[in-house]
Design a protein around this ligand. Sequence first.
Ligand SMILES: [Zn+2]
Length: 117
Amino acid sequence: MGKWEIAYDPGSNPGRRMKMRKKDWLQDMARQRIERLFELADQEFDKHPDRSNRYVHLARKIGMRHNVKIPKGLKRRMCRHCYSYLMPGNNARVRLRGTHVAITCLVCEKQMRYPYD
Ligand SMILES: [Zn+2]
């Protein structure tokens, strides 16, 4: 499990992995909580989009506190600009642009681009 940082963040400094094991464990817990919060955000979106946004905010806070990155797949589910939870076809428009996926947040009208994979 200690190697996931590399998997999720190829640009990170490997030296940072030399911290205590307890930290690894805490980061793993934090990552699980983040994933759970995004799951909840997904479930609540239909009826309570405001709750979804709150879950996303919470997930970001946990990530920052424990120095855990939001997993790649989940990052695309939130707006990098206004941090809204994004539901494609609802408050987000997804377009494939060659090697990239262009996601437009319909809340703040800004666009994000991610590599297509
Ligand atoms: Zn936005």
